[in-house]
Design a protein around this ligand. Sequence first.
Ligand code: PMP
Length: 468
Amino acid sequence: MSSEIINRPPAVPPAVPPAGDRLPQERRVVTEIPGPRSRELQERRAAAVAPGVSSVLPVYVTDAGGGVVVDADGNSLIDLGSGIAVTNVGNANPRVAERVGRQAGRFTHTCFMVAPYESYVAVCEALNRLTPGDHEKRSFLVNSGAEAVENAVKVARYATGRQAVVVFDHGYHGRTLLTMTLTAKNMPYKQGFGPYAPEVYRMPMAYPYRWPGGAEDCGPQAAAQAIDEITKQIGPGNVAAVVVEPIQGEGGFIVPAPGFLPAIAAFCRDNGILFVADEVQTGFARTGDLFACEHEGVVPDIVATAKGIAGGLPLAAVTGRAEIMDRVHPGGLGGTYGGNPLACEAALAVLEEIEEGGLVDRARAIGDIMLPRLRGLAGRYGAVGDVRGRGAMIAVELVRDGGSGGKEPDAALTAEIARRCHAAGVLVLTAGTYGNVLRFLPPLVIPEHLLREGLDVIEEAFAAVLEG
Ligand code: PMP
């Protein structure tokens, strides 16, 4: 069943040939990884680029599309990262490229705050229609996920007249001062960058694999604990917003235990607190729903989106209930580049591709292929502690194999498996508060044979490390 969905061609042929016609959809390793040309570029980079910006895999990219990334040495890697959940519709997606190219020939910038244009309005209309809930909504556009989350908090504070913001263990929300403060993990995101923003409070997350009382009752227990602590420590009447990722991304693809998000949303509703969903990583078909909140029928008051919205062009958005968004005075929100016309054209193309390409179904089909294979690994190796995720947002958490369910995180093993995958031409990412999660975010248009080959390589990496 899954093969049928994943092989289904888009309903409307794209305007220029698909990546597969331009780039062979194959894994091809012709040098060591990184190869000589990439190593040369890496040396230049070391002398020019601030080392605070790091790269998972320093192969220098010359081309990408479909399910592959091609490097300066001619290696063709299977892409299981999508530039961190961005190129959901594929890199250089033909429809995106065509619309962006056409727009670049007309005008590249006016600043929407100076002289507006239709595509910005059309993107906001689409977001208002597509984000969860059928209430009246308004949107505005910014440049990055962090900027979207930060603006969501600004709007929530303005609309409620309250200051406190509640976030969760293992959460990631960005690298600006406020969003770094909202982020849970110290190294590398916060270390040395304080003092942090005030009025941010962190609560326990319903992390089924690591919940002390076990996965079974994790959702209700974690929600009750968070609600109790909010009530004791802050007072619900002081809380402007609860900001939560419906599946935590950088924290390790932690899927909150069932019941957790609905209970928190209900508590917010009862106490005049705005429920802000950070759908930056989970949005735009990634999890097998257009937005991850839909899975449990949670309707947020405000949604922050970015990444998958525009096929790689820098765009992000804040979408919220009209009565909340309409409060803020003109000029209180915006920015020079927010809703750049090239990025808006890309977003409109992405939304068409998702709909016409059946990419929500494709994300589910990808999960249907990946999860059984990865669960097979968990059956074979005690070091695979947990396999989780939804749609095309899938991860395995690696632990020291204590034989009796030991859960001590094994970051070294995770790094070694990732290194072997990279050397064999498969681009995988790691994540997790403890650095012990291998995460997979394939482009939703990845050809099925590449996805299966990528899984073969992952299995071989596990066998080589764990069976010698
Ligand atoms: N929120 C979440 C859930 C994210 O995953 C990210 C990026 N990894 C951000 C916010 C920040 O987005 P950006 O890097 O575009 O600022």
